[in-house]
Design a protein around this ligand. Structure first.
Ligand code: KG4
Ligand code: ZN
Length: 336
């Protein structure tokens, strides 16, 4: 049995978890700073660092208490070393290094995206590569071929905005709170796709994506409706939300299908904050049934950033004996 303490602090979520290689998650504590940043319409890096500093030790204590474990029993400490906000990453790195060094516990720097990619293992312990990963979050939209754990080959990427960013930015134009993905999804449940929006690169013939044009299209739509003195509320708002959700998810579904076809790998993993989107899940599940491939998602509450996925990824790195103290972080760390 191996016990890993995982620490996540790359953006606006402080997450701490304890993963047991035999029994799974023993504890998973999370503090979201969303309320703090909401008034600014996005994450303010300086405030994020300060809030991580305030919360990280109490969360570690709470995780140990919940798991009924002491630091002496922890085999390794894993922390997010990048990519992310420099100051925020440094808080996690400094705390993890200090506790590990003082208690002579091995330390494992973890790539945040590897955490997301492996997170569906928390839902299905038998999941094993090869698989294609659709990684869709606020900062990334990538399609990755995973030959084995630790070997990641990027097949497709966005040219500009990430899909989560497209949800958040269009939500902001509609006056919805930050981060807007789940508000768009909630409104879309009662909406119709009355305002078809562009799906850039949909038929580009490759796995490249682009979402920045959606902002302009939504802005033009809002201006046109205002010109006609149609207020953007009620059913109109729900219909715009549905139109946005359909445009983004259509692109993600089509590109994932292409990747499955091109690689011949009949297993898809969908991860990152946008993988919580139920319209995306329904469309992908529908294709998976018709084309006979397997699809695995993280548990709904582990789609967005958390310490559990870092503890899990740390476990696989620890198995490969990849540990060592290092106070450095890498805000722009590439996955492959
Ligand atoms: O993985 P994550 O927590 O952070 C990053 O690493 O970026 O992802 C956050 C993103 C945000 O853009 C948020 O709006 C989006 O995930 N998101 C959603 C939903 N829930 C979260 N987007 C669409 N539908 C959702 N239900
Ligand atoms: Zn993330």
């Amino acid at each position: 049995m191996t016990l890993i303490l995982g620490i996540e602090s790359s953006c606006d979520e402080t997450g701490v978890a304890i993963y047991d290689s035999e029994n799974g998650l023993l504890a998973n504590t999370l503090y979201s700073q969303i309320d703090l940043h909401r008034q600014y319409g996005g994450v303010v890096p300086e405030l994020a660092s300060r809030d991580h500093l305030r919360k990280i030790i109490p969360l570690i204590d709470e995780a140990l208490i919940n798991a009924k474990k002491t630091l002496n029993e922890i085999d390794a400490i894993a922390f997010t070393a990048g990519p992310g906000l420099n100051g925020a990453l440094l808080i996690g790195a400094t705390v993890a290094n200090s506790i590990a060094f003082a208690n002579k516990i091995p330390l494992i720097p973890v790539h945040h995206l590897e955490g997301h990619i492996l997170s569906p293992i928390l839902a299905d312990k038998n999941l094993a590569p090869p698989f294609v990963a659709l990684l869709v979050s606020g900062g990334h939209s990538q399609i990755i071929a995973v030959e084995k754990i630790g070997s990641y080959h990027i097949l497709g990427d966005t040219l500009d905005d990430a899909s989560g960013e497209a949800f958040d930015k269009t939500a902001k134009m509609l006056g919805l709170p930050y981060p807007g993905g789940r508000y768009i999804a909630e409104l879309a449940r009662h909406g119709k796709e009355s305002y078809p929006l562009p799906r850039p690169m949909l038929n580009s013939g490759n796995l490249t994506m682009s979402f920045s044009g959606l902002k302009t299209a939504v802005l033009t739509l809002i201006q046109n409706l205002e010109k006609q003195q149609i207020s953007i509320e009620g059913q109109v708002l729900a219909d715009i939300a549905k139109s946005i959700e359909e445009a983004i998810t259509d692109v993600l579904v089509k590109k994932s299908m292409m990747a499955i076809k091109e690689t011949g790998i009949k297993q898809l993993v969908v991860c990152g904050g946008v993988s919580a989107n139920l319209t995306l899940r329904n469309k992908l599940n529908d294709y998976a049934k018709r084309h006979d491939y397997r699809i695995v998602y993280p548990p709904l509450d582990l789609c967005t950033d958390n310490g559990a996925m870092i503890a899990l990824a740390g476990y696989y790195r620890f198995k490969d004996r990849q540990s060592g103290y290092s106070f450095s972080v890498n805000p722009r760390w590439d996955l492959s």
